[in-house]
Design a binder for this molecule. Structure first.
Ligand SMILES: N[C@@H](CCC(=O)N[C@@H](CS)C(=O)NCC(=O)O)C(=O)O
Length: 216
């Protein structure tokens, strides 16, 4: 497909709306001023209906003039290579951006997502809490020393870290004012608001289509 396209579900239940990970890719495109289209795979049957595009039956995935990528982190880094807004071009700034992007995924989200899942299953004070709190504690210290994670300015690493941290349950343990200010600062960017509003509108349109299909 000869365009940059972000792929998501045609519909999701209300709970995850505003947090579905296509938002990360939408947000990055908005920050970078990249033209993109949004396409869908059906939510119903997701376990098997798009395994050629996303081998775990999940979304998002991205297509860009012959490049096809799953994993939101891989998609973000692909977009960052297209825009200096997302990742500086100097070797030190670029390395810092890569490092903190991976840290968001592999040091923070790797514990926040399982923690959140256990909480969803009714176990809010689960065995992962001390591990997660330790990661958040160290991040609070880092954010006390610097405003942005990499290169002394906003990068895709901040976009991703803030997206991981904006799940408010995750931050509910303890008092971390710098992290709170950081999440507010990064999600206060107009590109985030636009991406979030677009995702909400997308799934509301999915509601209307489902209602129409049910009426027929
Ligand atoms: N590591 C993947 C995780 C993707 C993921 O968790 N996607 C969710 C939506 S945000 C999903 O497709 N959930 C449906 C399912 O797992 O059945 C990424 O970052 O792209």
């Amino acid at each position: 497909m000869g365009e940059l396209s972000i792929w998501t579900y045609d519909w999701v239940p209300e709970g995850p709306r505003g947090f579905v990970r296509d938002l990360r890719l939408r947000w990055a495109c908005e920050e970078a001023g990249l033209d993109y289209a949004v396409h869908t795979v059906p939510f119903d049957g997701r376990e098997t209906n798009h395994l050629a595009d996303q081998p775990f039956g999940q979304i998002p995935f991205l297509k860009d003039h012959g490049v096809e990528l799953f994993e939101s982190g891989a998609g973000l880094l692909h977009l960052a290579r297209k825009s200096e807004t997302l990742m500086p071009r100097d070797p030190v700034g670029e390395a810092e951006t890569l490092q903190w992007t991976i840290a968001a995924l592999n040091s923070v989200e790797m514990v926040t997502v399982p923690w959140w899942f256990l909480k969803l299953c009714g176990d809010a004070d689960n065995g992962l809490t001390p591990w997660m709190v330790s990661r958040l504690h160290h991040l609070e210290r880092v954010l006390g020393e610097q405003e942005w994670l990499a290169a002394g300015r906003f990068t895709v690493a901040d976009l991703l870290m803030a997206d991981v941290l904006r799940v408010s349950d995750v931050r509910a343990f303890g008092d971390r004012p710098r992290t709170e200010a950081y999440v507010a600062r990064v999600t206060g960017r107009p590109a985030f608001s636009k991406a979030r509003a677009d995702q909400m509108a997308h799934f509301e349109a999915g509601d209307r289509k489902r209602a129409g299909a049910g009426a027929n």
